[in-house]
Design a protein around this ligand. Structure first.
Ligand code: UDP
Length: 466
């Protein structure tokens, strides 16, 4: 494990440029990667959009370059479509100002000598192209699983073979070319226009990877052995699986919302493995009636709980609403048994010994954080890669249960009991979850797969020349 650029001996340290996609689930792994490379001696410059801009004061050792001009996400009720449109809009709007700012940075002779590469989110193809146009080598970070990127590369085949766009009658059909996925695990779109947009965003993400000098993935070999082997076989660029990044990186928090740390004190007072942690990430939303069923299933389960009720969780709520209102009687029924917060320090919550289960939307970061903490999951995926992640959790890794169909309190209470209870199901889930926790720890230990891949990534970046 060497470090780059020893300034004490007069060598220049090299600079890595970063550009995250401005969403929480993409910002966190990008900052974790920046923290990791910074700890290995690289200087860091973060270019960023104005929407969801990071808090520079939390990272005093980094340079920040705001790139103006990006738009806000649209207000389409279809969150998939709104997100796809926004990804394309950010690319378009940031292109010219990014070119200008990057060229200015490169013009300073010292900076030109120092810059090693740009690491950008794979959804920022336009910006990766801009960097290449200015002769800056690029690496693409995909913030989802290896399995997810595998189906990205297979998207044209999935369309040609008629799996996509998914038909209601075929949701249970297995995708034999991509086990363990079924058609229902692939992202569904509400219209032909949304499908075309999905196809465009995915083909651009694949192009971003194949035209770069390498793909960086937040996963580890023991978790996705076959998927990583398949990507290595199919892609002509090197693949660096360096996850779990949140465990490897000393990065300061890049949370966009203020995390309520008081919940950690509350957890300290709870019995080991007794608490159900409930969070649906930064984007997933639910109907008002699903919120009601969620609330009563948590209340009726009888288990202690920590619930993240973030602003915007309920569809159709006024933007000014700080927190969705809970049903009458909820607080009285659960008094002394639970805590509701707007946003939690999730990595620390999941690593807390009091947490025994995670009811999650299965965003990739949440899934990986739960895997690393050895916490079994109750999966309620909403959109995008979440259904595929859930499939791996309950079917391939068998460290969780899934909640399909209508959200109905009786059904959910039974699932919570199975997950948290002393019965055979819960015991087996916990046993397997602890095995994965160990393999995650091994992967980042000395000579672990991810640890070695970080070394390879550092050497690779050192070898890149403008
Ligand atoms: N997160 C957090 N506090 C919360 C809920 C989530 O800090 O109360 C973090 C979580 O640790 C994860 C990220 O937000 O790193 C969410 O990413 P994920 O991929 O799980 O879901 P997304 O928000 O992209 O749907």
């Amino acid at each position: 494990m060497g470090t780059v650029g020893d300034t004490a001996t007069g060598d220049r340290c090299r600079r890595v440029l970063f550009f995250p996609l401005p969403y929480q689930g993409h910002i966190n792994p990008m900052f974790q990667l920046a923290g990791l490379l910074h700890a290995r001696g690289f200087a860091v410059t973060v270019f960023h959009a104005q929407f969801n801009a990071p808090d520079a004061s939390r990272h005093p050792a980094y340079d920040f370059v705001p790139v103006p001009g990006d738009s806000m996400p649209g207000d389409s009720p279809d969150v998939v479509q709104a997100t796809l449109e926004h990804i394309l809009a950010v690319n378009r709007a940031c292109e010219a100002p990014f070119r200008e700012r990057l060229a200015a940075l490169l013009e300073q002779q010292r900076a030109r000598e120092d810059v090693a590469c740009l690491v950008a989110d794979a959804h920022l193809l336009t910006l990766l192209d801009v960097a290449r146009g200015l002769r800056v080598p690029t690496l693409a970070l995909r913030t989802g699983s290896a399995a997810c990127f595998r189906w990205f590369t297979a998207f044209p085949m999935l369309c040609d073979k008629g799996y996509l766009p998914a038909q209601e009658s075929q949701l249970d059909t297995p995708v034999i070319e991509l086990p363990p996925y079924g058609v229902g695990d692939l992202p569904s779109t509400s219209s032909a226009a949304a499908h075309a947009q999905l196809r465009e965003v995915i083909s651009r993400a694949v192009a971003a990877v194949t035209t770069s000098s390498g793909l960086i993935l937040n996963t580890f070999d023991a978790l996705e052995t076959d998927e990583l082997a398949s990507l290595r076989r199919d892609l002509a660029v090197p693949v660096f699986d360096v996850g779990p990044l949140h465990k490897l990186s000393p990065a300061a928090s890049s949370s966009l919302l203020r995390q309520d740390r008081g919940c950690l004190d509350w957890l300290d007072a709870q019995a080991p493995a007794s608490v159900l942690y409930v969070s649906f990430g930064s984007l997933a939303s639910m109907s008002a009636s699903d919120l009601k069923e969620t609330a009563w299933s948590i209340a009726n389960s009888g288990h202690p709980f920590l619930w993240v009720l973030r602003p915007g969780l309920v569809r159709g709520a006024p933007p000014s609403q700080q927190q969705p209102p809970l049903p009458d009687g909820f607080h009285a029924t659960t008094h002394g048994r639970g805590m509701v917060v707007r946003w939690a320090p999730q990595e620390e919550v999941l690593a807390h010994p009091a947490v025994g289960g995670f009811w999650t939307h299965c965003g990739w970061n949440s899934t990986l954080e739960s895997v690393c903490a050895g916490v079994p999951m109750l999966c309620r995926p909403c959109f995008g890669d979440q259904k595929g992640n859930a499939r791996y959790v309950y079917h391939a890794w068998r460290i969780g249960l899934t909640l399909d169909g209508e959200l109905e309190r009786g059904k959910v209470e039974a699932a919570i009991s199975a997950l948290m209870g002393a019965g055979e199901t819960g015991a087996e889930l916990r046993r397997r979850a602890l095995e994965f926790k160990s393999s995650a720890a091994e992967s980042i230990g000395e000579a672990g797969s991810s640890c070695l891949n970080v070394d390879k990534l550092v050497n690779h970046i050192q070898s890149l020349q403008l």
